[in-house]
Design a protein around this ligand. Structure first.
Ligand SMILES: Nc1ncnc2c1ncn2[C@@H]1O[C@H](COP(=O)(O)OP(=O)(O)O)[C@@H](O)[C@H]1O
Ligand SMILES: [Mg+2]
Length: 258
């Protein structure tokens, strides 16, 4: 797999046509999501955050500009090719969970593997293992309405990650949860970012949550108004020795370890 950026957007725009009126939701956004990044996407309601997330995840296409996901130029892909790229590269978590209501946790999580052609038995094994990683190994056969909100969001996170994507896009993942449950879900997302190296891009309205990310992108009126690397307490974003790259691309002394 390529070690290049996970997603690159160049001057991307998106205009919705609604009842004969053009709504310019994105007006030229350029950004790169690197492998293993942890980005908080902030900005007022209506500033284009969800529109951008849909584009970054290949759920929608730009009206203008270039978008490259996993090294593939989105504009050149057919709908089935884009769907396949999405399945291989991206996991989504939404505010409202979006689980299938009549389906058990394990079968909800296994669903993305159906589109991969993974056999039924292996699907269940991988889904059960992923549910174990999010702390729900004891809830495999519960349906969503038999689970708490926090548990439902953990199922959604397991479903997003069961395909081992390079990027997890989370649009207000704690927005429907009380603060204690939300904090636990956030900790889970952060742990998975560190453990599995999946890049995490998260929309949040919560300044405290945003402050924990390694990078903050602020939007307003369809454009990026700030893109700042943070040095969270206890961490250092930049080292002084000869331009070390935070993503580990600098050749190591004893040779590359990629
Ligand atoms: N499907 C749509 N059709 C028409 N306008 C839309 C659609 N989705 C979003 N918009 C408009 O685009 C702008 C950006 O919306 P959105 O990306 O949802 O913002 P945010 O997630 O930051 O609240 C808003 O003005 C919104 O009303
Ligand atoms: Mg939104």
């Amino acid at each position: 797999m390529s070690r290049g950026p996970a997603i690159e957007a160049f001057d991307v725009s998106r205009t919705y046509e609604l009842d004969g009126v053009s709504v310019p939701a994105l007006r030229g956004v350029s950004l790169t999501v690197g492998a293993g990044d942890y980005v908080a996407l902030i900005g007022p309601s209506g500033s284009g955050k969800s529109t951008l997330m849909h584009l970054l995840g290949g759920l929608d296409r730009p009206s203008g500009g270039r978008l490259v996901i996993g090294g593939r130029e989105v504009g050149t892909l057919s709908a089935p090719e884009l769907a396949r790229l999405r399945n291989e590269t991206i996991g989504f978590v939404f505010q409202a969970f979006h689980l299938l209501p009549r389906t058990s946790a394990v079968d909800n999580v296994a669903l993305p593997l159906v589109y991969r052609g993974v056999g039924a038995r292996q699907r269940r094994e991988r889904a059960a293992a992923m549910l174990g990683r999010v702390g729900l190994g004891h809830r495999l056969h519960h349906r969503p309405n038999q689970l708490s909100g926090g548990e439902q969001q953990r199922v959604a996170i397991a479903r997003a990650l069961v395909t081992d994507p390079t990027v997890l896009l989370a649009d207000e993942p704690t927005g429907n949860l009380d603060s204690t449950t939300g904090a636990a879900v956030l900790e889970l997302l952060e742990r998975l970012n560190v453990e599995s190296g999946v890049a995490l891009v998260m929309v949040t309205h919560d300044a405290e949550v945003a402050a924990r990310a390694r990078r903050r992108i602020a939007m307003r009126d369809g454009v990026v108004v700030a893109d700042t690397a943070a040095s969270p307490a206890g961490g250092t974003a930049v080292s002084g020795r000869g331009g070390d790259a935070a993503d580990g691309t600098r050749p190591a002394d004893g040779g590359a370890d990629a």
